[in-house]
Design a binder for this molecule. Structure first.
Ligand code: SF4
Length: 358
């Protein structure tokens, strides 16, 4: 197993994750977007498979330089909702704080790809203090979401400082950390880091990003167990990606693997309109079909919600298939997991209208 992170086209070629004939193509993409692949994820790559779903997520592709007219640098509209640097206030009861702009790995479909990468700065001391002041001043803020980049790339000492700063605000009840580290570098999710994330009297949630069941190795599952053992609630995040997980069997395996690792499946994201990511996106119709197939096969415990982040900063909306609609005579028609429709009488009449019970 490799013992260092791969950060350049040369590294990828030397590690056998890309053929030498691709070096020019890789260099062209790398001049725009960062490369990062950790030993833990590189070890999962089956290099004999040209469409390996792990390699595809991290090895640059020439199509990243093709920009669809609908794509934008800030696809989910963070900038329009940012009252102070690094803080996004889109919904009344929660804010998102981008603590760092670096990640352990650089996903080729990243929705913040124009903003993340080495050399992109972390929130400075004064900027962080301004973000804390903003949260303290608004008593409607119930949840603080720490993101980036990947905020778990910070040291446990710095993470503990961040936790302490927000835990000291009475009206903040929930701290949610978004991270890929439990799968990208599980050995870095130590007991000390897990402790740094939690605070007495507050709920800590860790949203773990993984896109394929193979990412949930025994090491990754142990990292999740360490987080859960310190009291964190774990939820998942997955991006629906063409050629990686856009088939029912792969999604079923992934959602079950999350639950087995104590991670509640939460969001299956429709791909955002980030630059150069059209080749990753799956149609919404196909996404809905996949959700129907999952519903027929998976325990409700393992079902994610299929979500679209509306471009322009308008927030998220669930876009999964509808299971109920009104028929011509006003009766409700409900679809069962096998796809059969059944009439449902939605009766709320006065007591006198109900059939008397013997
Ligand atoms: S870990 Fe998240 S923020 Fe970092 S590159 Fe991947 S998708 Fe982007």
């Amino acid at each position: 197993m490799l013992n260092r992170r791969l950060t350049s086209p040369k590294d990828l070629v030397e590690a056998g994750l890309a053929g030498p004939e691709r070096i020019q193509q890789l260099e062209a993409v790398a001049s725009h977007y960062a490369i990062g692949l950790t030993p833990a994820l590189a070890a999962l790559v089956r290099s004999e498979d040209p469409s390996d779903p792990i390699a595809r997520q991290f090895a640059p592709d020439a199509r990243e330089l093709i920009r669809d007219p609908a794509e934008r640098d800030d696809p989910i509209g963070d900038d329009a909702m940012s009252p102070v640097k690094g803080l996004v206030h889109r919904y009344p009861d929660r804010v998102l704080i981008k603590l760092v702009a670096v990640c352990a790995v650089y996903c080729r479909f990243c929705f913040r790809r124009e903003r993340v990468g080495p050399g992109s700065g972390a929130l400075g001391g004064a900027e962080f203090a301004a973000a804390v002041d903003y949260v303290r001043a608004d008593e409607g803020i119930w949840e603080v979401i720490l993101t980036g980049g990947d905020p778990l790339t910070l040291s446990p000492r710095r993470i503990a400082e961040v936790t302490k700063a927000f835990a000291a605000i009475d009206h903040v009840k929930v701290l949610r950390w978004h991270t890929r580290l439990p799968v990208a570098a599980p050995e870095q999710v130590t007991k000390a880091m897990a402790r740094a994330l939690v605070a007495e009297g507050k709920t800590t949630v860790v949203a773990v990003h993984a896109n394929h069941a193979r990412e949930l190795t025994e090491g990754a599952r142990s990292a999740c167990r360490r987080l859960a053992a310190e009291g964190a609630m774990l939820v998942s995040q997955t991006v629906l990606l063409k050629g990686v997980n856009d088939d029912p069997e792969t999604l079923i395996d992934l959602m079950r693997a999350f639950v087995e690792a104590r991670v509640k499946p939460y969001y299956l994201h429709h791909g955002d309109l980030a630059p150069g990511t059209a080749h990753w996106r799956v149609s919404i119709a196909r996404g809905q079909e996949l959700m129907r197939l999952l519903r027929a096969r998976l325990s409700g415990l393992a079902m994610p919600t299929y979500m679209l982040d509306i471009p322009g900063g308008h927030g998220k909306a669930p876009i999964g298939p509808q299971w109920i609609h009104c028929g011509e005579d006003g009766e409700h028609l409900v679809t069962d997991p096998r796809g059969n429709e059944h009439a449902y009488a939605d009766r709320l009449g006065a007591d006198s209208e109900r059939v008397a019970q013997p």
